[in-house]
Design a protein around this ligand. Structure first.
Ligand SMILES: [Ca+2]
Ligand SMILES: [Ca+2]
Ligand SMILES: [Ca+2]
Ligand SMILES: [Ca+2]
Length: 380
């Protein structure tokens, strides 16, 4: 066996998931702005919305402004991670359904090797149930597309989407490159337009790289975590962030100050964009909510933004979506472009007339402030 292939077989995709200390105070001690700037925009009813700092202050990413155009839609987006809590009240209504698979009949109806893979598949245990035995994937899925405006918990950057849940990391949040590659191929074969991979590791696997390149060639956009080693990927590359495929979008993590946080990797030649990844509240295993920190949390912000852009302009291909996303990023951090600006990207996607009428409509509609509730933050 050639050594390169052997190296590919044994290379491991390490997942770095730094957690905030279990400080419920991090979510409860927030000073409330009694006269918020976002009153004219689309504030959803989700009870923890005001704890979602990256969304609640619309001057940061402009997600609420983008919601005036669309809150999401039927875009299929795959999350390759530790799986997800499929019964979570904030996720279950946004799950992808495999149209060729009859649920619960014990038969692999679509002949893809997985029995009853209705919402995705489990490449670790090789079954059709990608339930989460870690919690990382549930959190990532919620940042991307927790159901918005359902009065429950949080909202994703995309309030609506079809989440394809692909479990490629085990209970220890580690997975092999071959397993990651399989999950990427499943996503492409089943119509995912966007794939989020909040994983990173220094091993360069040929099998994984080929799957990512094939997905990129097929026009699938992949948002990936830059990794949490705190170094420059131009000097010390990690993957999949440093794969050269053109539709790989590597994401660094910023904090509330707008600066890239210390643990986040960076690199003007390798990391494409930055997005919030510190103290992010999202869905947790067991129908719960929790706060996590890391580039794993930044990447799904960008994936959610792509769902919004794709929903606003389903007629446009991946290059146009990617150009709007990266072209609108705000300069000033050590990545190729800058910090995610969802409103700026949306403005590039829709006509000036549609943008103005969306903003007008939301001003007339008015909003009520969402109820701030204590987040049951816990670090696991
Ligand atoms: Ca099947
Ligand atoms: Ca079946
Ligand atoms: Ca399973
Ligand atoms: Ca919700």
């Amino acid at each position: 066996m050639p050594s390169k292939f052997r190296a590919a077989l044994v290379s491991v995709v390490m997942l770095f998931c730094a957690l905030l200390p279990a400080t419920a105070s991090a979510v409860t001690s927030t000073q409330r702005d009694l006269n918020p700037r976002y009153t004219a925009q689309s504030v959803p009813s989700d009870e923890l919305f005001e704890e979602q700092w990256s969304l609640a202050d619309d001057s940061l990413l402009g997600v609420q402004s983008a919601w005036d155009v669309t809150t999401g839609g039927s875009t299929v987006v795959a999350v390759i991670d530790t799986g997800a809590d499929l019964a979570h009240p904030d996720l279950r209504d946004n799950l992808w359904r495999n149209p060729r698979e009859i649920p619960g009949n014990g038969v692999d109806d679509d002949g893809n090797g997985f029995v009853d893979d209705v919402n995705g598949a489990d490449f670790v245990n090789r079954d059709g149930d990608p339930s989460d035995d870690n919690g990382h994937g549930t959190h990532v899925a919620g940042i991307l597309a927790a159901r918005g405006a359902n009065r429950v918990g949080v909202t994703g950057v995309a309030q609506r989407a079809r989440l394809m849940v692909l479990k490629a990391l085990g209970a220890d949040a580690v997975g092999s490159a071959e397993t990651m590659a399989e999950a990427v191929r499943y996503a492409v074969a089943n119509g995912a337009k966007i794939i989020n991979m909040s994983v990173s590791g220094p091993g360069r696997s040929q099998a994984f790289e080929e799957a990512v390149q094939a997905a990129s060639d097929a026009g699938v956009l992949m948002t990936v975590a830059a990794g949490n080693s705190g170094h420059d990927l131009d000097v010390a590359p990690e993957y999949p962030a440093a794969f050269p495929a053109s539709h790989v979008i590597a994401v660094a993590a910023t904090g509330r100050s707008g600066k890239i946080i210390g643990i986040s990797n960076r690199g003007v030649g390798t990391v494409d964009i930055a997005a919030p990844g510190q103290g992010i509240v999202s869905t947790a295993k067991g129908g719960d909510y929790e706060i996590r920190t890391g580039t794993s949390m930044a990447s799904p912000h960008v994936a959610g933004a792509l769902v919004l852009l794709s929903s606003a302009r389903p007629d446009l291909g991946p290059d146009a979506l990617q150009a709007a996303l990266l072209g609108s990023a705000r300069r000033g951090v050590a990545v190729t472009t800058g910090t995610l600006d969802v409103a700026g990207a949306m403005r590039r996607m829709v006509s000036a007339a549609r943008w103005r009428s969306a903003i007008r409509a939301s001003s007339v509609r008015g909003t009520s402030k969402s109820k701030a509730t204590r987040a049951r933050g816990r670090a696991s």
